[in-house]
Design a protein. Structure first.
Lengths: 223, 248
């Protein structure tokens, strides 16, 4: 039994979650404050992967990554990197694809915090950044956990985009969801079943733990 | 609510006879261009509309086994049709309707005279083949590469398409520098990309015998039977030839 697709999936989900946490926090914070047409547009773009079919994203990434023209050509000639059929390509795709799952809960939670909270912090002489780290973040812990877990779990479930730009390369782009599809095509149902059960178990445990953790605050993780 | 239900029922009654007339044909991905020509010609000849469902042969076989309502199955090989016949999804023994030809193909002129050497150079980064475990054209590509003695050296350049049509996408969009595919791609009048290609020696791979079965769902359907016979007719054979297939 080849467990590499499972490890690869966990690695992809882990890296994606870390990148999205690092970039998502400041962006969500920025989005939660004030309103402008520019912010609305940015927020809409971030939310798009939630409603767009993965094939749309896969198609555009395939075109963008093609080393024959445009961005893909420039990347290959200047930095000698190729995004299509590579692990870094999958990471980039996953970051785009799972972005709404990180941004959504964090932004919503930040917006619900009373303004007096940060005002009190400012009047005590704390900077914006200090206020964010020491005052705001500790107050949105449940939503933060929800965002992290959902981002991770959603990346585990990524399939359509990977199918289009992955190329099914063992240990590079053959993630668990692709391995399941592959085994079903080969009519190797027992292998498909093993991968599926592992994925089912991991995601089930993750979602259940979020529900349990958030239960006392009477919040559904989908809020 | 009741009214809506009545509406839905009457509407579906209205359209269901229209669907019943259509024959559903499961079609291997390598036939994606030739099936359009066949469908059109068959419609012209008989007035019967064919609905074709494209996919990897392995996938389509699984779908048939799980109750997909297909009448005829045009596979990319003989294994899947024989498998269906053996498991009782068809009463008629599968027949070979065409033999596929493998080409090496690229959106750039990479120098096909000695492609096996070009592949080893840094100029070629990604080589697209269909998944050999499920796609006959992928299997044939693997045989050619092994025969040329480069299979082991290019392992890190190989990307696998889940079907031959995905390989075609990889070639025409240029994400793969070169790929192994069906000759039907380069004969396809609908293809807008300029392609460079070379026919591979048919002796360097086991013949890609493509088989057809009349499925249980279609055996009592006169139109399905007509289509089955049409595929084996001289008229269909001429079209297959135009698209680069061998027929006897």
């Amino acid at each position: 039994m080849d467990l590499n697709p499972i490890w690869l999936t966990l690695k992809l989900a882990g890296i994606t979650t870390v990148i999205l946490l690092a970039t998502g926090l400041p962006v969500a914070w920025w989005l939660s404050k004030g309103r402008s047409i520019f912010k609305v547009i940015i927020e809409a773009i971030i939310t798009m992967p939630l409603v767009l079919p993965p094939s749309v994203l896969g198609f555009y990434l395939l075109l963008a990554f093609s080393p024959q023209h445009g961005v893909g050509k420039w990347l290959q000639q200047t930095f000698d990197v190729q995004f299509v059929f590579s692990f870094q390509g999958l990471v980039l795709a996953s970051v785009i694809y799972s972005m709404p799952f990180m941004m959504g809960p964090i932004k919503a939670a930040l917006q619900q915090l009373p303004v007096s909270l940060s005002q009190a912090s400012y009047s005590l002489g704390k900077t914006k950044w200090q206020t964010f780290i020491h005052v705001l973040l500790p107050n949105i812990k449940p939503s933060l956990l929800t965002a992290i877990v959902l981002t991770f779990a959603h990346t585990l479930g990524e399939f359509g985009v990977v199918l289009m730009i992955g190329g099914n390369i063992p240990n590079v782009t053959r993630v668990a969801s692709i391995a399941v599809y592959d085994s079903v095509e080969q009519m190797d149902y027992s292998t498909a079943n093993t991968y599926s059960l592992i994925l089912f178990a991991i995601t089930f445990i993750m979602v259940v733990s979020v529900f349990v953790f958030n239960k006392y605050r009477l919040k559904s993780p989908l809020e | 609510m009741k009214r809506i239900k009545t509406l839905i029922v009457s509407f579906s009654l209205l359209i269901s006879p229209a669907f019943a007339q259509n024959i559903k044909v499961a079609v291997a991905a390598n036939l994606q261009s030739v099936i359009k020509a066949l469908r059109q010609d068959f419609k012209q000849k008989t007035g019967i509309t064919i609905e074709s469902i494209l996919g990897a042969s392995g996938n389509l076989t699984t779908q048939v086994k799980n109750g997909a309502p297909f009448d005829v199955f045009l596979s990319a090989d003989m294994t899947f049709p024989e498998n269906l016949f053996k498991d009782g999804f068809s009463k008629k023994k599968p027949v070979v309707y065409a033999q596929g030809s493998l080409v090496i193909c690229s959106s750039q002129d990479i120098g096909f005279e000695n492609w096996e050497r070009v592949m080893l150079t840094g100029r070629i980064r990604k080589i697209a083949i269909a998944n050999p475990a499920i796609a006959p054209y992928g299997k044939a590509a693997g045989e050619v590469l092994k025969k040329k003695g480069v299979w082991d050296d290019i392992q890190n350049k190989i990307v696998m398409g889940e079907s031959i049509s995905q390989v075609n996408t990889y070639i025409t969009t240029g994400v793969a520098d070169v790929g192994f595919t069906t000759q039907a791609l380069v004969k396809d009048p609908n293809n807008k990309t300029k392609l460079y290609w070379e026919l591979l020696d048919p002796k360097s791979y086991a013949p890609i015998e493509q088989g057809m079965v009349l499925l249980k769902h279609g055996e009592s359907n006169a139109d399905a039977l007509k289509f089955y016979e049409y595929i084996l007719s001289t008229r269909a054979k001429t079209i297959f030839k135009e698209y680069g297939y061998h027929v006897e």
